[in-house]
Design a protein around this ligand. Structure first.
Ligand SMILES: NC(=O)c1ccc[n+]([C@@H]2O[C@H](COP(=O)([O-])OP(=O)(O)OC[C@H]3O[C@@H](n4cnc5c(N)ncnc54)[C@H](OP(=O)(O)O)[C@@H]3O)[C@@H](O)[C@H]2O)c1
Length: 286
């Protein structure tokens, strides 16, 4: 049976360390790290995610502000809200909760966020830096997965990592991070032919699709490391992309769902907020 990659336990450990660091920095700089989250509209799933993020910030002693905007907000007004946060020296991280309504140009608003405050690592400047292996703000979910791999000493160098999904949020930055770790990387997507033939070659398989229980034991080779990113809601029940029960005996390591990549994403959001804070406040005050 595969060993569980316990994201909840590691996230707890990371949060405890961040709490201590945060307390020390507040004592040193007399300024609280502050994450501002913009929530457009009232999508229940987004509201839940925002609540989790707010709670996580408060638990480690950071300040968190949620800025609610109506779903019919104009792009100009949303940009204005972002500029205000960019110019506020007491805001260190800015997160625009996705998805946002279709009438707003996502690229434009994401790139309006000051790259130094871009805790999600989605702005062009940060994406470019990641692709050039430069120090930057890395998207939280892929970053959390690398933390899990490190925690369990999972070898990545020379290993074949197959990623299902090519989004800007998960698949592509994940591929960059695995390349940095000297894995051989294959990225699959909805147009990939013979998907199973590709995934069966994976030493490390990362599923970031959003299709409930798509990956079963026929997708993986024996002793593969299996990471489940997907979250799908079907008739009120939440599923990962991986059919855990069918895969667990064949995998060497596997993330549970829930308790795998989700808590790591939040822990890495806190890490990124602290990174922004140190870059902004630390540099100014040291
Ligand atoms: N655990 C966490 O903390 C966390 C964080 C972020 C996201 N998520 C979840 O992770 C999943 C992926 O998120 P995302 O933002 O990357 O989603 P996304 O933007 O919808 O991307 C999904 C990717 O899966 C590919 N795909 C769709 N159907 C496929 C199929 N049948 N075979 C192979 N590839 C297929 C798509 O291909 P095309 O590019 O060709 O369309 C796309 O690249 C979602 O369920 C999301 O809720 C979880």
């Amino acid at each position: 049976m595969g060993i569980l990659l316990d994201g909840s336990a590691l996230a707890k450990k990371i949060r405890a360390n961040i709490k201590i660091e945060t307390e020390n920095y507040i004592e040193k700089y007399h300024i609280k790290p502050h994450l501002a989250v913009i929530l457009v509209g009232a999508d229940p799933a987004s509201e839940t995610y925002v609540r989790f993020k707010e709670k996580a910030c408060n638990q480690v002693g950071m300040k968190s502000t949620v800025i609610n905007k109506p779903s019919d907000i104009t792009e100009d007004d949303l940009l204005k809200a972002i500029y205000e946060l960019n110019n506020d020296p007491l805001v260190h991280g800015i997160l625009l909760q996705l998805p946002i309504p279709n009438h707003i140009n996502l690229e434009r608003v994401i790139n309006a966020i000051d790259p130094k405050k871009d805790v999600d690592g989605f702005a062009n400047e940060n994406v470019a830096k990641l692709s050039k292996n430069q120090d930057t703000l890395v998207p939280c979910t892929p970053l959390g997965i690398t933390r899990l791999l490190d925690e369990y000493n999972i070898k990545t160098e020379g290993e074949h990592c197959v990623i299902i999904g090519r989004s800007q949020i998960v698949g592509k930055p994940m591929a960059q991070l695995m390349l940095q770790r000297n894995s051989t990387v294959t990225i699959c997507h909805s147009k990939s032919k013979n998907l199973k033939e590709l995934t069966q070659q994976a030493d490390i398989l990362i599923a970031a699709v959003g299709k409930a229980h798509m990956v079963d034991e026929t997708y993986i080779k024996k002793d593969a490391v299996v990471i489940d990113v997907g979250v799908s809601r079907v008739e009120g029940i939440i599923y990962g992309d991986v059919n855990f029960d069918k895969v667990v005996d064949k995998a060497s390591y596997i993330t549970p769902m829930p308790g795998g990549t989700g808590p790591m994403t939040i822990a890495c959001l806190l890490e990124n907020t602290l990174k922004c804070y140190l870059d902004l406040v630390g540099k100014e005050n040291d």
